[in-house]
Design a protein around this ligand. Structure first.
Ligand SMILES: [Zn+2]
Ligand SMILES: [Zn+2]
Ligand SMILES: [Zn+2]
Length: 172
């Protein structure tokens, strides 16, 4: 579990401690799956996280009314390395080959962590998060690659976000 657990997250989002407002902007890292052909994304990809991972990856919660910061951490959201969040904002540490190294196939499936923003209003269903970086952009960090045509696959052993050495803590 990240620095925010679910009860704390719910309490934080219920009302702004400064102005009492109930709308918040959440900055987080979320799992995103992308189809890649010859090293280029076929599309923008799709979210594949569950709700608990949304909480797990949160680095900042801001009241949209008064901009008061309700939660902020610059530790890595994935491995908790102190102050390591800025190290995620670079080109992906794990690069995707143009062709599968085993079968030379053109198509691979990539799962990465994408920086995302979601705006919540207490008592309503949150809209889909908006990605701030897509595959190939700085900040989109590839976690796993799998060939669509054979059994070849690879994953990061180190933290995909900040590069800290593994093993990684389990995710919820
Ligand atoms: Zn406020
Ligand atoms: Zn990390
Ligand atoms: Zn292959």
């Amino acid at each position: 579990m990240g620095h925010l657990d679910e009860p704390t997250f719910k309490t934080t989002l219920a009302a702004c401690r400064a102005c009492g407002g109930a709308a918040f902007e959440i900055v987080t890292y979320l799992d995103r799956q992308v189809s890649v052909m010859l090293g280029d994304a076929n599309d923008d990809g799709r979210w594949t996280y569950d709700g608990e991972k949304l909480i797990d990856g949160v680095s900042r919660v801001t009241c949209t009314g008064c901009r008061a910061v309700a939660f902020e951490s610059d530790d890595c959201p994935r491995c908790h390395a102190a102050g390591a969040l800025p190290r995620a904002a670079i080109a992906s540490r794990l690069s995707v080959p143009r062709r599968c190294p085993a079968c030379s196939g053109n198509d691979v499936t990539v799962i990465g962590l994408a920086p995302a923003v979601v705006t919540t209003v207490a008592g309503t269903r949150p809209p889909p998060p908006v990605p701030r970086a897509l595959f190939g952009d700085d900040g989109f960090q590839v976690m796993a690659i799998a060939c669509d045509d054979c059994e070849w696959a690879t994953v990061t052993d180190d933290c995909p976000l900040c590069g800290a050495p593994g093993p990684l803590r389990p995710r919820p």
